[in-house]
Design a protein around this ligand. Sequence first.
Ligand SMILES: Nc1ncnc2c1ncn2[C@@H]1O[C@H](COP(=O)(O)OP(=O)(O)OP(=O)(O)O)[C@@H](O)[C@H]1O
Ligand SMILES: O=C(O)[C@H](O)CO
Length: 522
Amino acid sequence: MSVMVRALLQCIRGPKRIVTVKTFYTSSAFLRPEKRITMANLTYEETLSDSKAAFLAAVKAVKPAQLVKSAVEMKGNVLTVKGHAFHLKKPCYVVGFGKAVLEMALAVENVLGQHMQSGLVSVPVGTLLKHPIPVNSRIEVLEGASNNLPDRMAEQSAARILKVVEDLREDDTLLVLISGGGSALLPHPLPPLTLDEKLQVVKQLANAGADILDLNCVRKRLSSVKGGKLAAAAQPATVVSLILSDVIGDPVDFIASGPTAPSTDAPSAAWDVICKFNLQESLPKAAQLCLTSGSATPAEDMQNKVQNILIGNNVVAINAAVEQMVSLNYSVCVLSEKIEGNVAEVALFYAQLACGISDVMVNGSGCSLEKFGADTSQFLGAADRIRNAIQNSPGKKGVCMVAGGETTVKVTGKGLGGRNQELALRFAEEMKNLDVKFKFVNKPVISLLSAGTDGIDGPTNAAGAFGYADQLDKNINHLKYLLDNDSHSFYSKLKEGENLILTGHTGTNVMDIHILCVERKE
Ligand SMILES: Nc1ncnc2c1ncn2[C@@H]1O[C@H](COP(=O)(O)OP(=O)(O)OP(=O)(O)O)[C@@H](O)[C@H]1O
Ligand SMILES: O=C(O)[C@H](O)CO
């Protein structure tokens, strides 16, 4: 939409408010900087559309093809990955597992050309439908792990990948493509543990609210390929892993449970996790035995033969979302790329913070951002960044905060949902409570979009949802849905699913993006 048309549209919409054009459409030859126009109030439709555009920009920025292209180079027989050079004696083998590795593999094949011997990747069911591979590709695609849980198909894929890896010799190079979802797509339980028993452990932990570090600490111990054991199986070959991170802080030994990064966990760490969630008695016996004996780390020292190289993470996605919201005329700042913790607490924090921001915007910088209870000190420098954004907000649609990370949900209900949809719904509920408590006059539009960059939130077909207090409709008892962890059913029913974020599998995965918008009331 042109700047002119947009300005005109804003003039027609009501109710109106006056803002100076100065920081607005300075590029328009028709509007003098000092001229004043009337501007319509922000609507939920508009923040939804803006936030969605920012989320899509975030996903686009972490599309694997782009990341691989800028990280990998082939010159003569020298393969360079982010400045690390490898002299290939023979064409290399490529294996991969995770939600993003098909696109990664195709991009690698493009760069390597005849320097690639073969490729074998394990990807989620449905990937090929969305991303058919060229007929002349040497990449073989194996699908499995419906609903992000290890299954027989993924187990067979893991066995095939392990076979390729075990057959390698000293002069071979193995490229391992790793991305989020890799744990479920490379299940190879340590005998005598069976896949079903392993699945029980994973489900019990996830439903108890274990975060990914806890979960993968246990997974490493239950597997014969995770925790560096895949790299050990590849010895004496050279192993180069290209990693797209979906874990806070990018710890390579936890991403997809670190198949090429030897575990640094203490011997008792996995069992300690089980005890923390009080699951000692409910675990299958074989899992108990496995977790209380042996070690997480392969004995072999592989330091000189294995390189784990990060090629992308959620910071790249967050920055793209910020850029998009700036272009849509918000005053934007990054809150944190490390949002974690219980979904209910994060929802409350966002609602309290939004109210604090609105209060400072209306009543001046002397007010406390933390008036409603939000503790911003947990994110280094966040209070200053937010105050800056507020200061720069005159003439903008509002203040927007972009964050990334992953919350955890303790699933006790039987409903259908995911952490992002639940966060949006809980945020709406918390905003409603704060509304009632503090009785805002001239209530601003406040909204939160929360969505997973992989496009799939929990076992649902949505990436996430868009939450705000006014969406809570008297005709739908949202508390009942929350109690049953049924956020997906709630949002599907509400306005025919209008507030769901639907992308399908995106082919990438760098955790979740949160976009919090607070309208500026002049
Ligand atoms: N009904 C539900 N409501 C809310 N959250 C749920 C529900 N069912 C499952 N979850 C949460 O969804 C999480 C799994 O989601 P998902 O499959 O999107 O994982 P992920 O972390 O994105 O995957 P990966 O680890 O592969 O990147 C589980 O940790 C679980 O807590
Ligand atoms: O696969 C996994 O383990 C998670 O996505 C974290 O990387």
